[in-house]
Design a protein around this ligand. Structure first.
Ligand code: FES
Length: 330
């Protein structure tokens, strides 16, 4: 997968008004955001997300789910998840129509592949937000696609009416966990064998992603035809307590200790060096930093295995070091 290089770039914030807040399904609300000054919003491509500043110190990423041709509004879908770190609950419970909030410009780490002749879209739960945007785009340009949308039940299926009334509704298959066995997603049947020019896109909870991605791998789909976006980095099996190590700033030569209980970004911050962060869980790519020397211990869900193996960049918000010293391009 090719994507734009993205290193420690902070976007200017945009002030938007919540024009509409609507219940889309059980525990899921959509928020329609328009620019407070009435100007058009920056253009975006299917798969893009924005950082939403929910309140001071609380920023979360949400994929844009409206038609990517639209510039008068952004539409995000938010699952209120009390088990998460608090961003979705704060947004759904406290932000109401008419409120002014700040968002970043859109960024896209989950783009459609231009070279694809056909696309297979897999959405699990709230993972539908970027996938629906992709479906809108593919339908708009007349590109062949098929979308599979898995949820626990019809009541928990966001944007169902929108999909059913869309021009591409016959290209979408719904799969409900509480439905009959024959309507459940059989990824083996869908991904029966790799087809040159066909690209897969997967977004949803970790268990869903693992199922689709493992099936694709078992069926021999090449990595470059498989695109994914996680909500949270998969939990890695810990083999023991984290070790301490040091990071060195290439520009000044300053060496900073990173103790086991601190992230690299936190350790740097105590010395006044701030790396921009957003998700702080290895998903969004905001903190990406180049590695000049040493071997990072990658713990993110952002980079592909190939990118991780190159060891020339990493996510210091959650990743650590396998070597005693990491020299960073800071
Ligand atoms: Fe999101 Fe590091 S802040 S990957």
């Amino acid at each position: 997968m090719s994507r734009e290089p993205f290193v420690n770039r902070e976007c200017e914030l945009i002030e938007v008004i919540v024009m509409r807040k609507q219940r889309e399904a059980e525990d899921i609300h959509s928020f329609e955001l328009r620019r407070a000054d009435g100007a058009p919003l920056p253009p975006f491509s299917a798969g893009a997300h924005v950082d939403v500043s929910i309140r001071e110190g609380l920023t979360r990423q949400y994929s844009l789910s409206n038609h990517p041709e639209e510039q008068h509004r952004y539409l995000i879908g938010v699952l209120r998840d009390p088990a998460s770190r608090g961003g979705s609950v704060a947004l759904v419970d406290n932000v109401k129509e008419g409120d002014h909030i700040h968002i970043s410009e859109p960024r896209n780490h989950f783009p459609l592949a231009h070279e694809a002749r056909r696309s297979l879209l897999f959405a699990g739960g709230i993972g539908v937000t970027p996938i629906l945007c992709m479906a809108e785009r593919l339908a708009h340009v007349g590109s062949a696609f098929e979308m599979h949308y898995c949820t626990r039940s019809a009541a928990r299926t966001a944007f169902m009416a929108r999909i059913q009334s869309a021009s591409f509704s016959d290209q979408v298959k719904f799969h409900f966990d509480d439905g009959a066995a024959e309507q459940k997603l059989d990824a083996t049947a869908v991904l029966v064998k790799p087809v040159p020019g066909t690209h897969l896109y997967v977004c949803g909870p970790t268990g869903f992603m693992d199922y689709v991605l493992k099936t694709a791998k078992d069926m021999g789909w090449p990595e470059e035809q498989v695109h994914r976006e996680y909500f949270a980095a998969p939990v890695l099996a810990q083999t023991g307590p984290d070790d301490s190590f040091q990071v060195k700033l290439a520009s000044s030569g300053q060496v900073i200790d990173v103790p086991p209980e601190k992230t690299i970004t936190a350790a740097l911050l105590t010395h006044g060096i701030r790396i921009p962060v957003s998700c702080e869980s290895g998903v969004c790519g905001t903190c990406i930093t180049r590695v000049i020397e040493g071997e990072p211990d990658h713990r993110d869900a952002f980079f592909t295995d190939e990118e991780k193996a190159a060891n020339d960049q990493f996510t210091p918000c959650c990743s650590r070091s396998k070597s005693k010293l990491l020299v960073l391009d800071l």
